[in-house]
Design a protein around this ligand. Structure first.
Ligand SMILES: [Zn+2]
Ligand SMILES: [Zn+2]
Length: 309
């Protein structure tokens, strides 16, 4: 960071240098995929753990396979063994996953309305703990399984973190589980913010990951590839506008559902099967942010919270 007139400003060339210096663990690491002892391809980490966890249905070269084994070595590389499935196999698997973020170094900070946002070097641990089995034709949920041993992968990347204001009114008005409504508010807000990030990053929403830390309001947005791609930096720079845009996406959607819908709060990238989501809380939180409510990121407030992605 650069100090200017007593304020800390993001030092961009430094961020670029950090990006370039990333030759350490986490970049370009891949899982090699074997079928009957023959190597049929490879998949980059961390995507590989979402797609090749044991029992995952994996599409490759127009054929369907099922993962029988996924091994990640200490070096960061690994292997997967797959078996062929019949062409008309009617199911797909969606990973149930979460991620644990850790701030390695703060590279810059800014205040968005009243919300403090930190641009950071982050360490992300992605964990696949189970999966949903879905019918590919009807989309119907056929089952939910948990892995006997969760699969995880840690990598360093770049991203930002901020604390969304607490939507007190909407949560108090809600009759059922308050903590769930609170977690659902921030989880929904995280989805919408990343989805609207497409505008600022030239379609980079799928290159970003998000983590909402339970009921704390702390939200991380990061470059999904190890080392960082710069996508989240573009969103970080436009956060003021992105907050406003996120609010209008929700306000303009007429679904009137408490959890929202695929056009507003749902995300296809969600690792929690789009649960919990609480749209009125997400709207109130972002409205409070735009009106200037002041918040700061404090580690002790979120480290024990359940992360939703
Ligand atoms: Zn909607
Ligand atoms: Zn989610």
């Amino acid at each position: 960071m650069l100090e200017k007139n007593g304020r800390y400003l993001p030092y961009r060339s430094r961020a670029r240098r950090v990006l370039r210096a990333y030759n350490i663990r986490g970049i370009g690491e891949t899982i090699r995929i074997y079928h009957k002892g023959r190597r049929i391809g490879e998949r980059e980490l961390p995507m590989a753990i979402r797609e090749l966890f044991p029992n995952a249905v994996y599409l490759h070269g127009g054929a369907k396979y099922q993962s029988k084994l996924l091994k990640i070595y200490k070096s960061g590389t690994g292997i997967s063994e797959v078996e062929k499935l019949p062409v008309d196999y009617p199911y797909k698997t969606d990973a149930l996953r979460y991620a644990e973020p850790e701030i390695v170094e703060v590279l810059g900070q800014r205040t968005v309305y009243g919300v403090q946002a930190l641009y950071c070097r982050l360490r992300i641990k992605e964990v696949v703990e189970g999966y949903l089995l879905k019918n590919i034709y009807t989309g119907q949920l056929e089952g939910r399984s948990f892995l006997s041993e969760p699969v995880s992968y840690s990598f360093e990347t770049l991203g930002f973190v901020f604390k969304a204001p607490i939507p007190r009114k909407s949560v108090n008005k809600y009759k059922a589980e308050k903590v769930e409504a609170l977690a659902g508010s921030f989880h929904a807000l995280e989805h919408v913010l990343i989805e609207c990030g497409n505008i600022y990053t030239g379609g980079g929403a799928s290159e970003m990951g998000g983590i909402s830390m339970g009921a704390s309001g702390v939200i991380f947005v990061y470059d999904a590839c190890p080392g960082g791609s710069g996508a989240s930096l573009l969103l970080y720079r436009c956060l003021d506008d992105a907050f406003k845009r996120s609010l209008s996406i929700m306000e303009e959607c007429d679904c009137r559902r408490v959890d929202g819908c695929p056009r507003c709060t749902y995300s296809y990238q969600c690792g929690n099967n789009n649960r919990p989501l609480f749209k009125p809380g997400a709207e109130e939180s972002i409205r409070r942010a735009i009106l200037g409510e002041k918040t700061k990121v404090i580690e002790e407030e979120y480290e024990m919270e359940k992360p939703y992605i």
